[in-house]
Write a new protein. Sequence first.
Length: 244
Amino acid sequence: MDDLLVFSCEHGGNRIPAQFRPLFGAEADRDLLQSHRGFDLGALALARDFARAFESPIFASTVSRLLIDLNRSLTNPRIHSPMVRHAPKAVRRRIEESYYWPYRRRVEKFMQSGIADGRRIIHISCHSFCPELDGKVRNADIGLLYDPAKTHELDFCRRWQASLSEYAPELKVRRNYPYAGKNDGFTTHLRRCFPSNAYIGIELEVNQRHSMKAKDDWAGLRGQLVESLLTVLAGPFGQTRVSG
């Protein structure tokens, strides 16, 4: 089975479409949009670097997660921020129909087509996490999130962790940190959609302190992540067939 590498970024920006800006009118709300709660700093640049390097498809959203979180299920109480949660149901439904479902359906349709063609999907969902949350310092540079019950995902992340230790031994790389890979998320949803031998879903989490560094340093780390992934894909997982 040939592999099809797909990159995504669900929290790529903090854009609020004009029709919904009144929900975010207060100065405090605008400051929140600029914070880690508004978007994943650096995640979109990373996803784009991966897509260019591997000449692979990328799916990304720049609508703020405070409007609707594309990485959560609609049943998750945190799918909307407090500013949106208390809006009329008709407004929330319009947000879902305008941004949530089009994004998710587009990704699912692409992957379903690839699997129907006999391809195995390797999906890297790019995210970032704030260095400190609720007074607790996050003790990692890179997190690799996966479902430990999925043998292919476990093996993939072990190999990627080992590859990163060679390309960037100064980095602390942890698996299923700072979140559990089987928690509610887009990759978790997609695992339920596709057979485990046809879909590998990995969330890549990068500490935002790196994207806050000098431009060259941040670009250098992204390059190390690209090279380390190339090494993994050149190994037992076989030669990845790329797709534009």
